[in-house]
Design a protein. Structure first.
Length: 252
């Protein structure tokens, strides 16, 4: 669920022309996942990737009868790595944006997202622009949440951006932030942990019509194959079973 024109020092305009090699066949697919965005993707104590994105990727690969390999990739290098052919697809809760569509293609959505502010339980936290004046609000860098803060609150709020969502949570729990803006579903998951139980959502959800989809290289026939597989797992109940393992409500 993430956005920025410059990723790891490489502009999207620059990476657009990096790859002109033939498209790899869909029966052997390497899929990039961040591994630092629970519950959608995380790295467990054994160093293995797991989470909603991982389960969706595995279900799609099974439906396509594809030989898939999941690889961990830091967020800032996601799109350059895809264009540079380190892997063939990104299943990492990535938002579809006009800027990204200049460089990569996206499948149909596999879930939708809204933004929400978090703050200490019981605090009278008004999240209007004027009420937050002088406050320090955190978000993950190069995300829709971070961009929303920069676009709408930069003149009144001290914005603190983090390399991972987990590091933003750490500062929020430690009292180094007055609040945080986040994608709602990972924040919901964090607030069920010991560190997050003292926090709650503040104000109304911010519906930015955010659609989360799989990124693939321009012109790759994987787009159609992933879309067919997405439709199949939605129809046969596999998607709903995966959804229910993480959330007591639909995120589609």
């Amino acid at each position: 669920m993430k956005i920025k024109s410059v990723i790891a020092g490489v502009t999207l305009a620059a990476v657009a022309g990096m790859s002109t090699l033939p498209v790899q066949a869909a029966d052997k697919v390497r899929i990039a996942i961040e591994g630092a965005y629970a519950p959608f993707n995380l790295t467990n104590a054994q160093g293995e990737l797991e989470g909603f994105d991982v389960d969706i990727a595995n279900a799609l690969c099974a439906e396509m009868k594809a030989d898939c390999e999941l690889v961990q990739q830091d967020w800032d290098g996601m799109i350059p790595g895809l264009v540079g052919r380190k892997y063939d697809a990104i299943v990492a809760s990535m938002s579809v944006t006009d800027e990204r569509l200049k460089v990569v293609d996206f499948t149909d959505r596999y879930y939708s997202n809204v933004l929400a502010f978090l703050g200490p339980k019981g605090s009278m936290m008004d999240v209007s622009k004027t009420a937050l004046e002088g406050k320090t609000i955190g978000a993950q860098r190069a995300t829709i949440a971070g961009q929303h803060l920069e676009d709408n609150y930069a003149d009144t709020v001290t914005i603190k951006l983090y390399d991972t969502q987990d590091n933003a949570y750490l500062d929020l729990a430690a009292g180094r932030l007055d609040g945080m803006l986040s994608d709602k579903f990972p924040a919901y998951d964090w607030m069920r942990t010991a560190d997050g139980e003292g926090f709650e959502f503040k104000g109304q959800d911010i519906d930015i019509q955010d659609q989360i989809a799989i990124a693939i290289r321009k012109g790759d026939d994987l787009k159609a194959k992933f879309n067919d597989a997405l439709a199949a797992i939605r129809a046969n109940g596999t998607y709903d079973k995966i959804n229910a393992e993480y959330f007591p409500f639909s995120i589609y």
